[in-house]
Write a protein that binds this ligand. Sequence first.
Ligand code: SAH
Ligand code: SF4
Length: 361
Amino acid sequence: MNGPAKKTHIKALGRAGLEQWVSTLGEKPYRARQLWKWLIQRGAVSFSDMTDLSKAFRARLEATAEIKSLRQVSADGSRDTGAVKFLWECPDGNRIESVHIPEGDRRTVCISSQVGCGLGCLFCATGRLGFTRNLESWEILDQVIGVRRETGAAPTNIVVMGMGEPFLNYDAVMDALAVMNDPEGLAIGHRKITVSTAGVIPGLLRFTEENRPYKLAVSLNAATDGLRTRIMPVNRKYPIAALMEAVRAYSRAPGRRVTFEYVLLAGLNDSREDASRLLALLRGLPCKVNLIPYNPAVGGFQRPDEDRVERFLEWIKPLRSPVIVRWSRGADIGAACGQLAGSRPDRQDSPAFEGPTGGLR
Ligand code: SAH
Ligand code: SF4
């Protein structure tokens, strides 16, 4: 005798897959739509939640399928900004983080694409963790479903700027974003979804070729190969000139304006010369610049004070591109850019970073 048949993990099926699976059960197509709604829009974590399904159908579902979900371990609210950092546990025990950032009518969710990150940027707590594995598509999506369920409000904006490098988990990220964007999924407009890369060129080329409609952000952080390689080892493989060529190719299509992220590290990349080099690099390119004063994470870097940031802003003014300074929100809960370090429970004892709160508890 075989053991009990393995249950179908229905969140991993996608909409078309779910329809097909429901039809193999001999059920009508509208059943698939009901299920999809419960799973994606209402964030159901069990079949018993699905109160408008008949008891008989629910019993069938229980017998043949399972709903895997990220388990919420904690949700820490920031006193000063209203940002909330969610720590989730995957079915295999790995832990990842997402951040909910309310701002006026906007509710942005910053999501993770990998457990850890293998690119090892010196200033980033996730980089310090190293790489454990790629997240599956449903795990990427479930962060948004979970935040929606826990906050009781539909997110309006998504940024793939949490743990991990999205272009090294390209397919799963794009599948998840498609459901977020789907009018019958989470219905978040494609211009309200941003993917941030440390400059993984093959991913950027694919993103360009496939004409993905989402916004693109590139973490530049330094304007010379010497410095960039020092703080972002990925630059050895994908140096600045090649990266800029790929960005220019992306920018050729109308309406595509890339955002460059530039983490300001006091005394390292915030001098007048750094500003001039940045100007030279970006001249003529339709772009925006996000200056992110370094958030205390790893690597012993210094955050520049407001005066220094102001000076840098003045220096890059000739660019005439929109420049914003992102004084990150949620630093008091270790949820600002670069501070995410959700780890395995067995790694919890060693603080992954010395943030303002002394690391993750
Ligand atoms: N791996 C992708 C996306 C996640 S990182 C990437 O690197 O683009 C999101 C952003 O946080 C990047 O722009 C990164 O440069 C920035 N960042 C990392 N550590 C930081 C820190 N300590 N302070 C401020 N920004 C940081
Ligand atoms: Fe990875 Fe981005 Fe952190 Fe660099 S900044 S280590 S690419 S998550």
